[in-house]
Design a protein around this ligand. Structure first.
Ligand SMILES: Nc1ncnc2c1ncn2[C@@H]1O[C@H](COP(=O)(O)OP(=O)(O)OP(=O)(O)O)[C@@H](O)[C@H]1O
Ligand code: SF4
Ligand SMILES: [Mg+2]
Length: 361
């Protein structure tokens, strides 16, 4: 069995030099993020606005503006992508790595019908494809993503589709170039809950039928837990906690993850007396990050030590007397992965509370 992950991101750092008034500011958007994603896996990234979720994923196919200073490593099937020239990156962007975004309507030219959109996309990989063959392929892709009458609908323009339908078309366009990794940056935020669920179910089924890997970004930690095998919680450009989704949902240890869970409405919670607890204070400013834990000014458990230096990301090894649970005991079959999961999936946490608690670095 090939153990090489599809994607391996190591110590990714991204900063921007920007003007704030007359002052030059240095925005540390991503401050050393590492993760791996295997073929067919789904990684969820969650965190408040400005945590660095989009910048992290835009760095993968090198889609950041020229003003971005990027360091670290992004390996796709073992090949380093950082530093590749535009021509070489073309072989990855769209083709191996597809992206869908929050507002699908904005991604389309209002004057271009879908037949022409698909033709343009399909000609990226197959310049000789005929109009007829493109339309047939497009109709099949639309059927695969759950849009009926695909052939007839190809003559329609973007405004003739609903938001959910446009998101399905966006997924079909990503599949048109046989993408192996789909980066879905808040693909459901602009949709109502019923359509949200349909899109999530579609993505789950595509990873089974096509073995595609997905990075799913959202503010909604419950939604992310529903679709992902593993969740990475980000704040202030740093990973605060990362573990298998059931572990995050049931046994999150980091104060920030817990705060996100307590602030997140659950289905049916409006019928109960359960109160949502908003996270106090303002989100950290990446242009002037705290010297220590970026969550310290908002954390109820903050100690003097928290403000001294950024805590290291550590791995929880087992129950160390603080109510920890060993994440290795989690039964992965409870997640609908469609693949065997016999890989070790560590529970990582960045918090000084856990420094003396038998964690390994
Ligand atoms: N091109 C840019 N120039 C300067 N700063 C940027 C640029 N792109 C992003 N940033 C800053 O980097 C930080 C991280 O941005 P990012 O878009 O990754 O956040 P996010 O977690 O995706 O937030 P949201 O949930 O609102 O989408 C933010 O403070 C943002 O303002
Ligand atoms: S390191 Fe300190 S401030 Fe940060 S989350 Fe842990 S307890 Fe809170
Ligand atoms: Mg974003």
């Amino acid at each position: 069995m090939n153990k090489m992950p599809l994607l391996a991101v190591k110590d990714l750092k991204v900063s921007f030099s920007v003007l704030r008034g007359l002052e030059q500011a240095y925005v540390q958007a991503v401050r050393g993020v590492s993760f791996e994603l295997e073929r067919g896996g789904i990684l969820g990234i969650v965190g408040e606005s400005g945590s660095g979720k989009s910048v992290t994923t835009q760095a993968i196919p090198a889609l950041l503006p020229k003003s971005a200073k990027v360091s670290g490593s992004v390996r796709y099937e073992g090949k380093e992508l950082t530093g590749l020239d535009t021509e070489s990156l073309r072989g990855y962007r769209g083709k191996k790595i597809g992206m869908i975004y929050q507002e699908p309507g904005r991604s389309y030219d209002p004057l271009q019908n879908m037949e022409s959109v698909f033709l343009e996309t399909l000609r990226n990989s197959d310049p000789a494809i005929s109009r007829e063959a493109s339309a047939a392929k497009a109709a099949a892709l639309l059927k695969e993503v759950g849009l009926d009458n695909g052939r007839e609908r190809l003559s329609n323009f973007p405004h003739q589709f609903s938001g959910g339908q446009l998101q399905r078309i966006g997924i079909a366009l990503a599949l048109a170039q046989s993408c192996e990794l789909l980066i879905a940056d808040e693909p459901t935020t602009a949709l109502d809950v019923t359509i949200q669920k349909q899109i999530v179910d579609l993505l789950k089924s595509l990873r089974k039928t096509r073995q595609i890997s997905i990075i799913f970004i959202s503010h909604d930690i419950d939604l992310v837990a529903d679709i992902s095998d593993r969740i990475m919680v980000m704040y202030g450009g740093l990973v605060m906690e990362a573990a298998n989704s059931p572990v995050i949902a049931a046994e999150a240890q980091h104060p920030y993850t817990r705060a996100l869970l307590q602030a997140s409405p659950r289905f049916g919670s409006h019928y109960s007396r359960e109160r949502l607890i908003p996270i106090p204070g303002k989100v950290t400013d990446p242009a002037g990050p705290e010297p220590g834990c970026p969550f310290a000014p908002r954390c109820a458990r903050s100690q003097a030590e928290c403000a001294q230096e950024v805590p290291e990301l550590r791995i929880i090894e087992g129950n160390a007397g603080h109510g920890f649970t060993d994440s290795k005991g989690i039964d992965s079959d409870t997640i609908e992965t469609g693949r065997p999961d016999n890989q070790e999936t560590p529970h990582e946490i960045r918090c000084v509370l856990f420094k003396q608690a038998g964690l390994k670095t």
